[in-house]
Ligand binder design. Structure first.
Ligand code: HEC
Ligand SMILES: [Cu+2]
Length: 316
């Protein structure tokens, strides 16, 4: 009974047993093949053990014959493991080699967030959010700027490490539009568990529209509050680490904020995007994500923080 609540983890969000894409379905199949296969073998072994324990000793020779020992102990494992290996290698190929016309997306792991670039559309750079067109194969090229991370969106694909100096490829394809949560799956430092992201599958038209918007430079402030927010952002040297295209902010150590207001969350899944939460993040990010590479700004006065936050939220 006590395992019942655990089974709840087998469905829905971030579950490999609820596949919503091509690669995830192949892995799901493999999971069942291995699970059922091991169940058959376990039952056989258990049946023989029970036979040996409970049957009259005079009959035990039946399961001790050398044919059975060589057949079951050598031949059977060789055959099943070879079959499984062939199946596994073929499956692995299917999961890593997408078709030639696949959309390319570059993802770089950083302590502790994800930078996402669309190399076909030079200026599209975002963070912790990967928009893809549903139904189309996407080749994600994974690398890291610091330590090893691991990219895992269980509903869509297998797990793949991001390794310094190396580019790993992964096929991502969603059947239908939807939002799929992903998570760094390799311990990469103290805030490893707070390194989430979302893959958002859109219809091809919505995806095109999104890309068009993302290519544009940042929105101009349309009222004095937003203008003060932008100026405060620039004079607080946030631009040392952040880029807002269309302003003098060109830093690259933190996420590109040109369209930060259009993202679902900030801080790699930590807070929902809203002016209030951006304000909280600016003042208190070291409490939200201790040791993170953004300094906290407890000394900025409340009004300034609110103006910066309102400005950033307006960057749709
Ligand atoms: C020393 C570099 C640095 C400076 C200076 C800096 N940031 Fe950041 N900022 C970062 C890093 C790194 C992250 C990513 C943190 C994470 O998600 O773990 C970040 C994240 C953010 C985010 C969340 C973005 C997202 O998409 O998740 C906002 C908003 C933000 N910073 C605003 C500011 C503001 C406003 C200032 C100036 C008051 C500022 N930052 C100064 C490095 C910096
Ligand atoms: Cu990580």
């Amino acid at each position: 009974m006590c395992t019942l609540p655990l089974l709840g983890g087998c469905s829905g969000i971030q579950s490999a047993l609820d596949p919503k894409g091509v690669a995830a379905r192949a892995i799901y199949e493999a999971w069942w093949v291995m699970f059922l296969g091991s169940l058959v073998i376990l039952s056989l072994v258990m049946a023989m053990a029970l036979y040996a324990l409970l049957k009259n000793p005079d009959h035990r020779w039946r399961i001790g014959s050398s044919t059975l020992i060589i057949g079951g102990g050598v031949a059977l494992p060789v055959i099943t493991i070879t079959a499984l290996l062939t199946y596994g290698v073929q499956l692995g190929d299917r999961l890593t080699s997408p078709p030639g016309d696949a959309l390319k997306i570059e993802v770089t792991g950083k302590q502790w967030w994800w930078e996402v670039r669309y190399p076909d559309k030079e200026s599209v750079v975002t963070a912790n959010e990967i928009l893809i067109p549903a139904g189309r194969a996407v080749q994600v090229e994974l690398t890291t700027e610091d330590v090893i991370h691991s990219f895992w969106v269980p509903n869509l694909a297998g797990k793949k490490d991001l390794i310094p100096g190396k580019v790993n490829k992964l096929l991502l394809q969603a059947d239908e539009p939807g939002v799929f949560r992903g998570q760094c799956a390799e311990f990469c430092g103290s805030q490893h568990a707070r390194m989430a992201f979302f893959v958002i599958a859109k219809t091809p038209e919505e995806f095109e529209r999104w890309q068009m918007l993302q290519r544009q430079v940042s929105r101009l402030p349309v009222n004095p509050v937003l203008a003060r927010g932008r100026d405060a952002f620039l004079s607080a040297s946030c631009g040392e680490c952040h880029t807002i295209r269309g302003t003098s902010a060109r830093g690259t150590r933190g996420p590109d904020l040109t369209h930060v207001g259009s993202r679902r969350t900030i801080g790699a899944g930590m807070l929902e995007t809203s002016a209030d939460n951006i304000g909280i993040w600016i003042v208190d990010n070291q409490r939200i994500k201790f040791n993170d590479r953004i300094p906290a700004y407890p000394k900025l006065d409340r009004d300034t923080v609110r103006e910066i936050a309102t400005y950033l939220e307006s960057l749709q």
